[in-house]
Design a protein around this ligand. Structure first.
Ligand code: BGC
Length: 337
């Protein structure tokens, strides 16, 4: 009797262990490197990556996400990628510090057999005249397990220019027939900065307006730098400046402080444009303190990046490019929300 009981108990225990083992979750290791944590927009983006991965977890599937700061240093990021490879990550999500290093990084990751999702900083190829070639990047197109998720920066630049063209005076405050502007650029290595700089102005000239660039400076996406550059430009060009184009909102927030300090008033004697639609910037558009911004949809982009990473983990086929739309955010848009 005792023996039968012991056998029965052992069998129950074994069964219990087996069912426990089968219920154990599969944990995927995900490596994420962001070009720089100290970036307003990429902070929203990276937090959403973490939050969204959490929402996709089930009893069967878990995501162990390692998130690291590239500190705007390509050597540092290369080390991080090498560590991800040594740690045998199942998938890597990468916001490159330098898009010019894309080939080396992609080759390294592909050689290790790890799928790769590039985000936010689009690697571009250029022709001999330094114009971007639009057909896609070979290093991405040639690799079925590599893709880029982003928004087409040309669209954001175009929207900035259109918001000026749509103003009653088309940005020509002094009525001399020329829109005189200054441009505050993000990191010039970044295609978002290149395209926004180019296409904001192109939207105006395409619509038949004359423009004059009074100043074009690099603010590296940073608020404090934006403030300093716009303060300098205002003291140099004063009332001549009619439009301030900033490649992103962080720099536009800095520009706004400089504009106020110079005793100027957005919407009356100057116009101010940004990109990203940071909460503070949207509020400023609502209050008339900024002429417009462009929604850089960090939710849409982070969710797409994570969804495609999950597809890669599941061995599903993916596209090489995924695009998320920008949205024009001017007063009319904000008031209609
Ligand atoms: C955003 C910037 C950000 C940059 C980082 C851009 O798309 O508009 O705010 O600094 O990405 O690469």
């Amino acid at each position: 009797m005792k023996k039968t009981l012991a056998i029965l108990l052992a069998a129950i225990l074994m069964l219990g262990c087996m069912s426990f083992a089968s219920a154990e979750a599969k944990t995927y290791k995900v490596g994420v490197s962001i070009y720089q944590f100290d970036d307003n927009f990429m902070t929203l983006y990276r937090n959403e990556i973490l939050d969204y991965f959490k929402t996709l977890e089930t009893d069967e599937v878990k995501y162990d996400v390692t998130l690291v700061d590239g500190k705007n240093d390509m050597a540092e990021q290369t080390n991080q990628v090498n560590n991800f490879i040594t740690q045998k990550m199942d998938v890597i999500i990468l916001n490159l510090v330098q898009t010019s290093s894309a080939d080396a990084v992609i080759d390294n990751i592909v050689a290790a057999g790890i799928p790769l999702v590039l985000i936010n900083r689009e690697p571009l190829a250029y022709d001999e005249n330094n114009n971007a070639i639009d057909e896609g990047y070979e290093g991405i197109l040639n690799n079925p397990q590599v893709c880029y998720v982003g928004a087409d920066a040309r669209q954001s630049g175009t929207y900035q220019g259109e918001m000026v063209a749509e103003l009653e005076n088309h940005g020509d405050i002094n009525g001399d027939g020329v829109i005189s502007y200054i441009m505050i650029e993000g990191d010039p290595e970044n295609p978002d900065a290149q395209y926004r700089t180019q296409f904001s102005v192109k939207a105006l000239t395409d619509a038949g307006y004359k423009v004059e660039c009074l100043d074009d400076q690099v603010g590296n996406w940073a608020q404090a730098k934006g403030q300093e550059l716009v303060a300098n430009a205002l003291s140099k060009f004063d009332r001549k400046i009619e439009v301030v184009f900033c490649n992103n909102d962080a720099m536009a927030l800095g520009a706004s402080a400089a504009i106020t300090a110079a005793g100027r008033k957005v919407g009356e004697d100057i116009y101010l444009l940004g990109v990203d639609a940071l909460e503070q910037a949207v509020q400023m558009v609502k209050d008339g303190e900024m002429t417009g911004t462009v929604l850089n949809d960090h939710i849409g982009q982070s969710h797409t990046a994570v969804d495609v990473a999950v597809k890669l983990l599941n061995g599903e086929e993916i596209q090489n490019y995924y695009w998320v739309n920008y949205v024009k955010v001017n007063k009319a848009y904000v008031d209609a929300q």
